[in-house]
Design a protein around this ligand. Structure first.
Ligand code: GH3
Ligand code: MG
Ligand code: MG
Length: 506
């Protein structure tokens, strides 16, 4: 009875291994292929061993023993190859050859054992209450093979242990399962080595089937033997982007170290509601609710772009959400710097013409919408060409800078100052009537005339002519018209002898 049960288990194992091997062989990657070869070798080994135990005569037993040895010698080699591939350590042809050298010789020596007695020295049948088993006097190559098997399992177990120690997250979980799967063969090796096996039976086939079942389940559940999920996990662990995974009930399933850093998360929040745990980050919640991209500042870490995307299965069934947090602090700083550079006149530090027009159009729109007064000034330095001619171009530059500073110091923060042309400046005064503008313009004119500019030990005197225009309430939004009037007023100031302010009403 015990014999039938044991043979039945072994046959069932063989059957399982055959089916497992065939079902995973379709996958093209090398890891799966080696696992498949390992499994088919184990199937042959289990089948041969089951039938050997079931046989009664020495002849029958030896025939089935030969069937075992179609698979058995290659098991450790396929196991090592599988482990190497799983650990992403591809082997060269010469390494493969040396790994398979001993198995091939074991196969040959087993099949020629009667002639050279290298593998089995002698074989006889012994019986206990339950079984007839082969009693083998081992030949020298048997020990070589035993050492080889042990070495293969030591190397594999070591590699899984190493992977387990050096990995994090789900790679660590996976490598733990691989480590556990590498352990059952040790029990068999141990029992065989010290002749401790109950009923003198070799339990290796059963132990290895245990490993295969574990690996096969892992394979089905996690696509275990595929390098892709491992690579994806690595990216998840190492990327600077924060990633938070939610299920459809908005419970936190997982997050990576970057997300932990950005939002100061602890592992204890896994399984908790995201609204409770991240409720303080209003923008993050907005992004989740609308499945959209938002910008937010997370103090003191910086500025982040937050995006939520749905995860769906191939049949479009929604299974959760991925929240990504991308650091945009540097990007924003550079953009700000670029904007500033694009809007400022290098020499004088005031707005350039293009940016002045952009801001001014906006202000004119506002003035029209709220029916508010607004005024404009154009300032042209008098006889500036002579400054260049008398003191040099660089002196002229220094004068332009100084005049820009005087203008800037004479106006309010809401006024917009720009460089209109070579030695012309322009100022838009929101919320300012023409009369108020005239007062400010006179002050600016006076300040320029009364502030001689020191350049290389010499004082340079300069005056400006100013044309202004303005309205108490804007009816028509037209910057061009405004400019035309101010320009005409300026022309009048020039023809009235310069160093004065003239106005023209719109
Ligand atoms: P007016 O009183 O009629 O305005 O006489 P003006 O000499 O100021 O007028 P004009 O337009 O003839 O000369 C302007 C001069 O400004 C000519 C040009 O060389 C000088 N200029 C324009 N841009 C710059 C600049 O960036 N730096 C310097 N140093 N000079 C400049
Ligand atoms: Mg000019
Ligand atoms: Mg001039």
């Amino acid at each position: 009875m015990v014999r039938i049960i044991l043979c039945g288990i072994l046959l069932a194992s063989a059957m399982f291994c055959f089916i497992a091997s065939i079902s995973i062989y379709k996958k093209k990657d090398r890891v799966t292929r080696y696992f498949s070869y390992f499994t088919i070798s184990l199937a042959l080994y289990s089948l041969g061993y089951a039938m050997e135990l079931y046989s009664n005569s020495l002849h029958q037993m030896l025939v089935w023993n030969l069937v075992q040895y179609i698979g058995l010698p290659f098991l450790p080699a396929f196991w090592v190859m599988f482990t190497l591939e799983y650990n992403n350590k591809p082997t060269r042809f010469i390494t493969k050859l040396s790994i398979f050298l001993i198995p091939v010789l074991t196969f040959i020596f087993r099949y020629t054992s009667n002639l050279n007695h290298l593998y089995y020295f002698s074989v006889q049948v012994i019986s206990n209450n339950y079984f007839s088993v082969l009693y083998i006097e081992k030949g020298p190559w048997y020990w070589v093979n035993t050492i080889f098997i042990t070495a293969c399992f030591v190397v594999s177990t070591y590699m899984y242990f190493n992977l387990y120690l050096n990995s994090t997250g789900s790679i660590r979980h996976q490598s733990l399962i691989m480590l556990i799967a590498a352990l059952p063969p040790w029990i068999a090796v141990f029992l065989n080595l010290f002749n401790l096996s109950p009923f003198n039976i070799d339990y290796a086939a059963l132990a290895l089937t245990g490993s295969v079942i574990l690996l096969f389940i892992a394979f089905l559940r996690y696509q275990f033997l595929n390098i892709k999920p491992l690579a994806r996990d690595k990216i998840f662990e190492l990327t600077n982007d924060g990633i938070i995974v939610l299920d459809t009930n908005y419970k936190i399933i997982d997050f990576n170290p970057s997300a932990a850093y950005i939002c100061s998360l602890r592992r204890t929040i896994i399984g908790q509601d995201v609204y409770e745990e991240l409720g303080d980050y209003k923008e993050i919640i907005d992004s989740i609710l609308n499945c959209s991209e938002v910008q937010c500042h997370i103090a003191p870490k910086g500025n982040y772009k937050i995006n939520t995307i749905k995860i769906s299965e191939p049949n479009n069934r929604e299974v959760g959400y991925i929240l990504t947090l991308t650091d945009t602090t540097k990007h924003m700083e550079i953009m700000e710097q670029l904007n500033r550079l694009a809007s400022i006149d290098d020499l004088t530090g005031v707005f350039n013409r293009r940016y002045f027009f952009e801001l001014s159009s906006h202000e004119l729109e506002k003035a029209k919408r709220y029916n508010h007064p607004i005024s404009l000034l154009i300032l042209d330095l008098d006889f500036f060409k002579q400054i260049n001619d008398n003191y040099g171009h660089q002196a002229g530059d220094a004068v332009l800078k100084q005049v820009a500073d005087i203008c800037a110091a004479s106006i309010r923060s809401i006024d917009i100052l720009g460089r209109y042309g070579g030695e012309e400046f322009i100022i838009l005064f929101p919320e300012t009537t023409l009369e108020a503008c005239r007062v400010i313009s006179n002050r600016i004119s006076r300040n320029i005339a009364e502030t001689p500019i020191l350049y290389e030990g010499k004082y340079i005197k300069i005056t400006a002519s100013i044309g202004i225009t303005g309205v108490d309430a804007l009816t028509e939004v037209n910057l061009d018209c405004f400019l035309k009037y101010a320009d005409k007023a300026l022309y009048r100031a020039k023809s009235d002898g310069r160093n004065c302010v003239r106005s023209l009403v719109n």
